[in-house]
Design a protein around this ligand. Structure first.
Ligand code: TPP
Ligand code: MG
Length: 330
């Protein structure tokens, strides 16, 4: 079973926690700019916002080494920013511009960066989970001591590819962490309507894999629990299936008004469990961070997100002659 530490604030000091807070802020403000750009038809096609789930990406990615591979699905703007990818490159990719991190030909669901070991960005629900197992296999094969982190939604745990990946990862004791972001819904369908078992971490019991569930609203708890799982996997004890409880404030994608939620649910989540508010509370209580310091960080995130919007808007479209470039490895 997973050994999770009980250090106050998971051992995070003031600067480290403040840095995580800044990253969460940047994601929130960035996604608000993306929503605006979508409404103005500067972003076309699909666009799945991460607002409300910021603590998950930021706390989880902070527990990795820079060289550990990260694999995600299509709700991945937050993970890309948490990984330290340039907001200008991410926003330009959403706009389909040549300066985008995938040269403007991937779009919102296909963010990637070799430099950041960030392998995107996949639109087939559950289809990316085998890639997470594969990246862990590669790390083992190369003996580079890496651990792969795969983000997936609650809906993806109903896919065959998910079960097959768990079975193989556990059989081979791969250094992999699979992290279910349980936000309560797969498109408009609640977890309870999609699965008899609603505690999705228990899916791991079917293959004998270690599993663990935690509060994904609080960045400190995400960091604490994902760090424990990453240490477990890196030390050769085998893969872990994690489940963090989280919530998305917006609809599934920009075209979803999210009318399927029970009345008051969103308001309760936003008031009682908002990740930014919880992180501010920790910073104030444990380290005496002032309102001025928080306001300064908030203003900086707003500026940075706005600058990414402007840069993406002004960037050129990819030249049609580049359409088939960057598709195959040399
Ligand atoms: C194989 C497959 N089936 C259906 C879809 C349509 N689809 C897109 S997102 C989605 C919901 C997935 O929900 P979840 O895994 O919980 O992720 P979340 O959107 O909540 O982040 C569905 C059914 C798809 N893209 N791929
Ligand atoms: Mg979901």
């Amino acid at each position: 079973m997973l050994e999770v530490g009980d250090e106050p604030l998971a051992g995070l000091d003031r600067d480290r926690l403040f840095d995580l807070y800044r990253r969460m802020l940047l994601i929130r403000r960035f996604e608000e700019q993306a929503a605006r750009a979508y409404q103005q038809k500067r972003i076309l096609g699909f666009c799945h916002l991460y607002i409300g789930q910021e603590a998950m990406a930021v706390g989880a990615i902070a527990s990795l080494r820079d060289t550990d591979p990260v694999i995600t699905a299509y709700r991945e703007h937050g993970q890309a920013l948490a990984r330290g990818m340039d907001p200008d490159g991410v926003m330009a990719e959403l706009f389909g511009k040549a300066t985008g991190c995938s040269k403007g030909i991937g779009g919102s669901m296909h963010l990637a960066s070799k430099e950041h070991q960030f392998w995107g960005g996949y639109g087939i629900v559950g289809g990316h989970v085998p890639l997470g197992a594969g990246a862990a296999f590669a790390a083992r094969y190369r003996k580079d001591d890496g651990v792969s982190l795969t983000f997936l939604g609650d809906g993806a745990t109903n896919q065959g590819a998910f079960f097959e990946s768990l079975a193989m990862a556990q059989l081979w004791r791969l250094p992999a962490v699979f992290l279910i972001e349980n936000n309560g819904y797969g498109m408009g369908t609640s977890v309870a309507r999609a699965s008899f078992l609603t505690d999705l971490a228990k899916r791991a019991d079917g293959v004998g894999m270690a599993h663990h569930t935690f509060d994904g609203h609080d960045v400190v708890e995400v960091f604490r629990n994902v760090s424990a799982a990453v240490d477990h996997a890196r030390s050769g004890k085998g893969p872990v299936l994690l489940q963090g409880w989280t919530y998305r404030y917006r609809g599934h994608s920009m075209s979803d008004p999210a009318k399927y939620r029970p009345e008051g649910e969103l308001e309760t989540e936003r008031t009682d469990r908002d990740g930014l508010t919880l992180a501010e509370g920790h910073l104030r209580e444990a380290f005496g961070v002032t309102d001025e310091a928080l306001a300064e960080a908030q203003a900086a995130a707003k500026e940075r997100a706005k600058a990414a919007f402007v840069a993406a808007d002004e960037a050129p479209e990819p030249d049609v002659s580049t359409l088939y470039d960057h598709t195959w490895a040399e």
